[in-house]
Design a binder for this molecule. Structure first.
Ligand SMILES: NC(=O)c1ccc[n+]([C@@H]2O[C@H](COP(=O)([O-])OP(=O)(O)OC[C@H]3O[C@@H](n4cnc5c(N)ncnc54)[C@H](OP(=O)(O)O)[C@@H]3O)[C@@H](O)[C@H]2O)c1
Length: 255
């Protein structure tokens, strides 16, 4: 059975990946959609041309990740593409945000992504592709988005190194690094903080992010930076000392 597997498939970028992959993969047997909200995934699945398998799991929970591992062992599918999109962010000061919620963010954005990647590799086909949702927040530390930016730096670093290891298996990994994307992400992220006003000017649609990511993945690019302003931002983060960027952003935010 040939499949594509998408985590975070119930909303935003993950749901858009499901829709665009449904259009571009005609010779697969199933799209595996993973997230907690099964009802939302069923609504999306009803609009697809491929058969979808709805897998309602809380990936923050180790025992529920185990259920996915068992499902993979039972079905032994051939995975043509894995997209790791499940993730969330929290804005606000580290010491004022709830510690358990911040640890859950590390659990989902880093540990679950790593675990799902690990369990998928044995089933990936030659020329199979992996897409890992990092963020432009991975390029430089971000005060008031402290833990989130750190989790995304992890995803970027992990994906780039993993690509080197997977070359002999002909599996290709792309870390996707968009700036702000117009999705429900901010409903939760902004509960205790706010997005920099400047950042809002660079918001792009999930359709554009997914289109760019799939082109980059097809071209076997290790890093996909969506939109021209974020490409400039990445260059800036390579040449300007990070302490300067942190200070400038902090002053801009206060002013
Ligand atoms: N939006 C942005 O500005 C932006 C920018 C750069 C990177 N990103 C990254 O892109 C990815 C997708 O974000 P989005 O913008 O599409 O946000 P979103 O619309 O809020 O989608 C997040 C997805 O993650 C799933 N999820 C959350 N907690 C989960 C859990 N415990 N177990 C399983 N699934 C869970 C959600 O499904 P359920 O609630 O149904 O579980 C949902 O499908 C994230 O990794 C995010 O960090 C977003």
């Amino acid at each position: 059975m040939k499949i594509v597997m998408v985590t975070g498939a119930s909303s935003g970028i993950g749901a858009e990946f499901v829709r665009q992959l449904d259009q571009s993969f005609s010779r697969i047997d199933e799209i595996w959609m993973i997230a907690r909200n099964a009802k939302k995934m069923e609504e999306i699945a009803a609009t697809l041309q491929n058969k979808a398998r709805i897998i309602g799991l809380d990936l923050e929970k180790k025992e529920q990740r185990k259920e996915l591992e068992i499902l993979l062992e039972t079905e032994s599918p051939e995975i043509c593409m894995l997209v790791n999109c499940a993730g969330f962010g929290l804005m606000g000061d580290f010491e004022q945000l709830d510690i358990e919620e911040q640890l859950n963010m590390v659990e989902l954005n880093c540990k679950a992504l790593t675990a799902v990647t690990y369990m998928a590799i044995p089933y990936m086909v030659r020329n199979g592709r992996m897409i890992q949702l990092a963020s432009a927040a991975a390029f430089v530390p971000q005060a008031h988005f402290t833990v989130y930016a750190a989790t995304k730096s992890y995803v970027l670093s992990f994906s780039r190194a993993l690509q080197e290891e997977l070359i002999p298996k002909e599996i290709f990994v792309t870390a996707v690094c968009p700036g702000p994307v117009d999705t429900p992400f901010f409903d939760r992220a902004e509960t205790n903080g706010h997005t920099l006003a400047l950042k809002k000017h660079f918001t792009v649609s999930p359709e554009q992010v997914v289109r760019d990511a799939l082109i980059a993945s097809k071209r076997r690019k290790t890093v996909a930076v969506c939109s021209f302003p974020m490409k400039l931002f990445r260059i800036l983060c390579k040449v300007v000392p990070h302490s300067w960027i942190l200070e400038i952003v902090e002053n801009y935010d206060k002013g």
